[in-house]
Design a protein around this ligand. Structure first.
Ligand code: ATP
Ligand code: MG
Length: 310
């Protein structure tokens, strides 16, 4: 079982008063098996014909309710788990997206894990160890704010991080990135094959928009805490990150776990596209409330009679 997500699948959003917007899933996806160019094929400012926040907000609200109903079934059925992971450059909007999109979901059915630089204990293990510990149980939605993909992103851009990983010499030759891509693909295939479905969102921000958001974080006192010197330093490596992201997309967008490349310059469109993708994916699953058999129905009727006779 995996999500039924085809690049040609249409997403139709009704705006009321006969207005509507159509876009193809392929416009916000890295099609498995194809080679994409992040710079040429994806526009961070794409908004599928939407012009204003209000239209999009309305739809996000509707999707939040849609997702809440789907999650209830996911939980009751207790067969699948959903892993949703987010990757982005700093100020890409991961946090806000998680907050908005998951706002209607029952907190008991959902768990967010943020992955920071690995601790000493984590460095004493293989790189997937901490991710495995945080995987969602059946019926649950697990959200990874950053993920094991940092192992082919920040670690690739900063080789000194790899040096701290205590890997055997033979495991850290130049073939390491290709190997990690294969290991990650195999890991995700294993998860999907066991009912843990994987949705991956790369929030694709432009360099210009990042600058604007950084300046806003400096200008507004209440946003100062969100900004760090490290964010500014990483910005200087922008091109290296774009290259690492592109290579990641080209190697790890698979039929069992495709990557979404979500335009991130308009936060309202990011949230709309992510919520739409999650709902579309969940609706493609055979989610259902557990069947109540004849014996159980009889039992419930007997209890009803007893309760009414009290
Ligand atoms: P925000 O976007 O709100 O700033 P954040 O996700 O950037 O949140 P931070 O605490 O600022 O959170 O940063 C976490 C840092 O941890 C990132 O710079 C990320 O690259 C780094 N990190 C995550 N996983 C790894 C890893 N496996 N190895 C090394 N560094 C990692
Ligand atoms: Mg940060």
């Amino acid at each position: 079982m995996r999500f039924k997500l085809e690049p040609d699948q249409k997403i139709r959003i009704n705006l009321g008063q006969g207005g509507r917007v159509d876009f193809r899933l392929g416009q916000i996806m890295a099609p498995p098996g194809e080679t994409i160019s992040l710079g040429k094929d994806y526009d961070p400012g794409f908004s599928a014909g939407f012009h204003d926040k209000a239209e999009a907000r309305e739809r996000v609200r509707a999707n939040v309710s849609r997702m809440a109903a789907l999650q209830e079934k996911l939980y009751a059925q207790d067969v699948y788990a959903l892993l949703i992971l987010f990757q982005a450059m700093d100020a890409g909007g991961k946090d806000g997206c998680i907050r908005h999109v998951m706002s209607g979901v029952n907190p008991q059915g959902c768990h967010v894990t943020s992955f920071k630089a690995p601790s000493a204990e984590e460095l004493d293990h293989d790189y997937l160890w901490r991710a495995v510990k945080a995987l969602p149980a059946r019926g649950m939605i697990g959200i990874f704010n950053r993920s094991y993909y940092e192992e082919v992103l920040v670690v690739r851009v900063h080789p000194e991080l790899l040096a701290r990983q205590k890997l055997p010499r033979a495991s850290r030759d130049e073939g390491i990135w290709e190997r990690r891509f294969r290991q990650i693909n195999a890991f995700e295939k294993y998860l999907v094959g066991n009912g843990i479905l994987v949705l991956k969102f790369f929030l694709n921000l432009s360099r210009t928009e990042q600058k604007k958001r950084f300046l806003a974080r400096i200008a507004e006192a209440d946003k100062n805490w969100k900004f760090s010197v490290a964010d500014f330093r990483e910005r200087a490596r922008w091109d290296d990150y774009q290259e690492a992201y592109e290579d990641m997309l080209n190697h790890t967008s698979t039929a069992h776990a495709p990557w979404f490349v979500i335009p991130a310059d308009h936060k309202w469109f990011t949230r709309l596209a992510v919520s739409e993708a999650i709902c579309t994916a969940l609706e493609g699953l055979d989610l259902a409330f557990p069947e109540v058999g004849a014996a159980r129905r009889r039992e419930l009727q007997e209890i009803k009679t007893a309760l009414e006779a009290e």
